[in-house]
Design a protein. Structure first.
Length: 130
């Protein structure tokens, strides 16, 4: 080692057993608890990627990719207060709210059907002048 050369604390001094570490940035090894369905999804995705592209990918790589996508999305995830709102923010889904107009329309159509003389509302509508 040359004088003044920095050594990363994350790179082993001796060759280690197992897969070589390929990270180019500082990293930390952590443990995360996932639901069984999340693990099944990651495994299925890894298999699909391997079958489609002929390259193996680990669960950790998939998770890192998902985190990178969230970082680059530009979405302010600090607005979320639960997993559900986090998912809504990331997918762009609008929270499901009851639409009062559609409730009134549904109730009105049901009333018309109950009072009708056997003619379905769409057919009746053709005969009514507005």
């Amino acid at each position: 080692m040359n004088e003044g050369e920095r050594v990363s604390p994350f790179q082993p001094k001796q060759p280690s057993r197992g897969r070589p570490i390929v990270h180019t940035e500082p990293w930390a090894k952590i443990t995360v608890v996932l639901l069984d369905r999340h693990v099944a999804y990651l495994d299925r995705l890894a298999i699909d990627i391997r079958l489609k592209h002929g390259k193996a990918i680990s669960r950790a790589e998939i998770i890192r990719g998902l985190i990178e996508a969230a970082i680059h999305s530009g979405v302010d995830l600090s607005q979320s207060d639960s997993i559900d709102t986090l998912v809504e923010l990331l997918t762009g889904a609008v929270p499901k709210r009851k639409n009062r107009c559609s409730e009134i329309d549904t109730a009105l159509l049901e009333t018309i059907e109950e009072r009708s003389d056997g003619v379905r509302p769409p057919e009746r509508a053709r005969h009514v002048r507005i």
